[in-house]
Design a protein. Structure first.
Length: 226
């Protein structure tokens, strides 16, 4: 790939603060992809979805974030043409337990379906609530059907260790390219390991083509492997 990864950082647009991950929108053209549909799963404050909308104004961009603590933040990007969905993508169509997370000073952060470990708390100075809330979850397949999606060009997936569940529910509309937060979850959550998650992604027909810190870029080749 010719273009470099971007810096994970907060940025400001029209006086409002957003978070942007390291995915470089130029990578899509380098893979010969002109996106018409992009899913930002675990959108947090909508920052990545907004950046992608600026890069691809004619594409349908979906910002998917189930945590009600972040609803007001992510809803802001609707005025720029991003489609906001206040629920989760998982392996079943049901309400699920969801654990919200706060910094020590009380700031809400990215929650998860999975319980955090002591290592997570020590590493990030964040605390997970003891009692989960309930959030609505649908499978990838149902999300696509409900929204009239027949093809997904790119997916940005940052779901705090719960990627495995998303892949279980993904049998259609497999993204041509995925930027997945994966490598930083080792020992952080009571759930599937990065190795197990990679395995199911490879079985779906993906190759890992680039890795940077916590994130992995997967390209769909259609050739399943272990």
């Amino acid at each position: 790939m010719r273009s470099e990864v971007l810096k994970d950082e907060f940025y400001t647009h029209e006086g409002e603060r957003y978070y942007g991950s390291g995915f470089n929108p130029l990578w899509l053209s380098e893979f010969g992809i002109t996106p018409k549909c992009i899913l930002d799963v675990g959108s947090y404050d909508g920052g990545d979805a907004l950046r992608l909308k600026f890069a691809f104004p004619d594409a349908d961009i979906f910002a998917i974030e189930p945590d009600p603590l972040h609803k007001d933040k992510v809803d802001r990007v609707q005025k720029y043409g991003v489609k906001v969905c206040n629920y989760a993508i998982s392996n079943e169509n049901e309400d699920r337990d969801f654990y919200q997370v706060f910094r020590s000073e009380g700031d809400p952060q990215a929650g998860s379906f999975l319980r955090n470990t002591a290592k997570y708390t020590e590493t990030w100075d964040m605390n997970q609530i003891e009692e989960p809330i309930k959030v609505t979850a649908v499978t990838w397949d149902k999300f696509c059907i409900d929204n009239g999606i027949t093809e997904v060009d790119f997916a940005n997936i940052d779901v705090e260790g719960a990627v495995f569940d998303i892949m279980l529910g993904m049998t259609t509309c497999l993204p041509k390219l995925m930027w997945v937060e994966l490598n930083n979850i080792i020992g952080m959550f009571d759930g599937y390991s990065p190795t197990e998650t990679r395995k199911i992604i490879y079985q779906k027909g993906y190759d890992a083509v680039y890795e940077y810190g916590a994130d992995v870029l997967f390209h769909y080749s259609g050739s399943s492997r272990e």
